[in-house]
Design a binder for this molecule. Structure first.
Ligand SMILES: [Ca+2]
Ligand SMILES: [Ca+2]
Length: 249
């Protein structure tokens, strides 16, 4: 692409000019390199050699507020990126396999809403688009119906106003009881108050982009997201959980 960078090259006669042009092309390709490395860094580990990686097909809801406020007194809080998140790459054909799938929870009788809303595709931040679960440690668990290769888990707790949900833990498992082959792919419970071990991930502010967790192509049928209240109250809210994957071979 850079080698054929426009009509100026066709007018170059003497070889010195051509060498100068090649030098510039080399410099330009060096400039491009960090982006390439970044894209590789976000690529799932188990994509397979030579697999074509493309951005997963995200459909984000409308933002409910501008920017990210700086006055949240939450420790270990991730700095806002200040721009849209980088595309997340996965093999072509990977889709949200959680849409419409069955959801169970530690609170089977939500305070507000129904558990079906967790996978109904409605990701709006407004009232009426979230499920409210009771206080303390709660989870929602999506049954994908069959084993899948899971590349990313994307979820929104609540994004009407800037909020931080605590002790967010994301797990994958082979069985509904989370006893077989349980893998933790995200954990920001630093002091282990939820009892899954001390997590090293950072707290984050909810936005319309949702929180995207790299699941690295892990094979699983069940996806569980825990939380333990938020900086505004002790309750737990879920707008949507999406799982980007494909049926396991
Ligand atoms: Ca929903
Ligand atoms: Ca904690």
């Amino acid at each position: 692409m850079i080698g054929n960078s426009g009509p100026s090259q066709t007018t170059l006669g003497p070889s010195t000019h051509r060498l100068a042009a090649l030098g510039i092309a080399a410099l330009l390709s060096l400039c491009v390199l960090p982006d390439t490395l970044q894209a590789q860094a976000t690529a799932p580990a188990k994509a397979g050699a030579g697999a074509k990686l493309v951005p997963i097909p995200l459909q984000l809801p409308k933002p409910m507020f501008e920017g990210t406020p700086q006055n949240l007194t939450v420790p270990n809080l991730q700095k806002p990126l200040g721009r849209p998140r980088d595309p997340f790459l996965a093999p072509a054909g990977v889709t949200n396999v959680a849409k419409g799938k069955k959801v169970v929870s530690s609170d089977m009788e939500p305070v507000i809403g129904e558990l079906e809303q967790v996978t109904d595709g409605d990701k709006k931040g407004a009232e009426g688009s979230f499920v409210e679960l009771g206080p303390g440690v709660q989870h929602v668990t999506v049954d994908l119906g069959a084993p899948h290769e899971v590349f990313a888990v994307l979820f929104w707790h609540f994004h009407k106003t800037p909020r931080v949900y605590f002790d967010v833990v994301v797990q994958l498992a082979d069985d509904a009881d989370f006893k077989a082959n349980v893998r933790t792919v995200f954990n920001n419970d630093h002091d282990n108050t939820s009892g899954f071990g001390a997590g090293k991930d950072m707290n984050f502010v909810e936005t319309a982009e949702g929180k995207l967790v790299d699941a690295k192509g892990s094979r699983a049928r069940y996806v569980r997201v825990y939380s333990k209240g938020n900086n505004a109250n002790e309750l737990n809210h879920y707008v949507e959980v999406e799982v980007f994957g494909r049926p396991a071979k």
